[in-house]
Design a protein around this ligand. Structure first.
Ligand code: URP
Ligand code: ZN
Ligand code: ZN
Ligand code: ZN
Length: 468
């Protein structure tokens, strides 16, 4: 039978192997991997290039309302377009439960926003902000059965945080259903104390966002999150780990036999708190939580990536416009760092930054890159048939030119923000062709696919929960 598409002459990388072979695709799936595949209606020449699984970014925020009523810079069209252009084929955004809102109702809203708009496949994590007995006892178990198999809880943000009792109860629902809990680890009371001190002395510029959230704030919360998960006896994901001390808490928990997944993000590898010092509130462009740290913590995060302490490398894409009445620097944003919405864009630059700083510079090998950016996300979050190049898998593929030199410029990106925190960063290696479910979506760095090609994917239970 004729193939729909053949990728010839490239070097395939999976989480375990790197080898020369062609890939044959039919009806959206990979059906042949061989040195020479059959006749095809369309052929892509991948000589001199790398054939990698499309990136899976399991931590992005799209169309999510912020506490201050500020609109996010990306909707599902622009957010997934930017993801696709950066070599991704699946994203996992969050569905935020408002206080007093049912999760079903929240989900209906996000599905309505995403329907027909997406350039990548997608699935939703749930953010539990109102952990009532009916949400934990009835709603969540039904939603887990329907394919929403992970939820995030926050230890910080006034409007989102759960107390320890609520976190324990949420983890207990995860234990009973096999869902996976993700925790944002920062101690809200410690942050509030430090914010009070800073404001009392008039220290309100963006840099204060970092000094009110020092490493101890994250380390304590990380210790607490892994301990609460130990009490309930569930696996747990610690998201956006920014420093070595927090990672040590995770290592210690694993040494006690706990199943703890650790995620880090580009901002902790190439930004530092010094970026928040920018003149005239430019530092607001780097306000995210936890904040970027210093050179020593960057090294600690790299070591974690190299040694395998980190399982996931995600963007935590959370875009706000810098120069917009509704954005980071609305008039309130200029009165105190407290009013600058937390989060930075990065879904399009995640893969090139890790490829260039990690693979090109020799810190990690290609298979580790694939594991950190695709395979582990699929396994940990229960995305079937995704995250690898193997027969029977969805034909979600990014073809990389490992020698392409680019300087990251916001003007060249495709998101809805008006800046990138990585402006001017030089990278070597870029995804030039992207295939989603067998369809060519990006060719030679040019968008050729249509919005709506990306579909919603319900998920199965995490492989971590299934072994429980
Ligand atoms: O600053 C951040 N990270 N904003 C996004 C929300 C979150 O906590 O992940
Ligand atoms: Zn978070
Ligand atoms: Zn986030
Ligand atoms: Zn943009």
């Amino acid at each position: 039978m004729t193939l729909d598409l053949a990728i010839r002459g490239g070097t395939i990388a999976t989480a375990s192997d790197v080898f020369r072979a062609d890939v044959g695709i039919r009806e959206g799936r990979i059906v042949e991997i061989a040195e020479g595949v059959g006749a095809a209606r369309e052929t892509l020449d991948a000589a001199g290039r790398l054939v990698l699984p499309g990136g899976i970014d399991s931590h992005v925020h799209i169309s999510q309302p912020s506490g201050a009523g500020i609109r996010m810079a990306d909707d599902f069209e622009s957010g997934t377009r930017s993801a696709l252009m950066g070599g991704n084929t699946t994203v996992l955004p969050f569905c935020l439960q408002g206080k007093g809102q049912s999760l079903r109702e929240a989900l209906q809203g996000y599905h309505a926003l995403a329907e027909g708009q997406c350039y990548t496949d997608h699935s939703f994590h749930l953010i539990v902000s109102d952990a009532t007995p009916s949400v934990l006892g009835q709603e969540l178990p039904a939603l887990v059965a329907d394919g929403y198999t992970s939820f995030k809880v926050f230890m910080t943000y006034e409007d989102l945080r759960l107390n320890d009792a609520e976190i324990l109860a949420t983890m207990d629902t995860a234990r009973r259903t096999g869902a996976l809990v993700m925790v944002h680890c920062e101690n809200e009371d410690a942050i509030r104390y430090l914010v009070g001190q800073h404001e009392a002395r008039g220290d309100v510029a963006p840099r204060a966002h970092a000094t009110t959230r020092p490493v101890a704030v994250e380390r304590e919360a990380t210790h607490r999150a892994v301990s609460l998960a130990e009490v309930v006896d569930v696996p747990v994901v610690i998201v956006h780990v920014s420093n070595g001390a927090a990672l040590s808490e995770i290592r210690a928990a694993r040494a006690r036999g706990r199943r703890v997944v650790a995620e880090t993000c580009p901002q902790y590898l190439v930004l530092t708190a010094a970026d928040l010092e920018g003149m005239d509130w430019e530092g607001a462009k780097f306000v995210c939580s936890p904040p970027p740290r210093d050179a020593a913590e960057q090294v600690a995060c790299w070591t974690g990536l190299e040694t395998g302490d980190f399982d996931l490398f995600s963007s935590d894409h959370c875009p706000f416009r810098y120069d917009d009445a509704e954005g980071k620097l609305n008039p309130r944003g200029r009165t105190s760092f407290r009013h600058v919405p937390n989060g930075i864009p990065g879904v399009e630059t995640r893969l090139p930054i890790l490829f260039s700083e990690g693979v090109t510079k020799g810190r990690i090998d290609l298979s580790r890159f694939v594991a950190l950016t695709a395979t582990n996300h699929a396994r940990i979050y229960g995305l079937e048939r995704k995250g690898s190049i193997a027969i029977g898998m969805d034909a979600d593929i990014a073809i990389w030119n490992p020698e392409a030199r680019r300087t990251i410029r916001h003007a060249d990106l495709h998101d809805g923000a008006d800046y990138t925190p990585y402006e001017g960063l030089e990278v070597v290696g870029w995804p030039e062709d992207v295939i989603l479910g067998g369809r060519l979506m990006v060719r030679g760095g040019v968008l050729v696919g249509q919005k709506g090609a990306g579909t919603y994917r319900p998920r199965v239970l995490s492989s971590l929960a299934r072994v429980a």
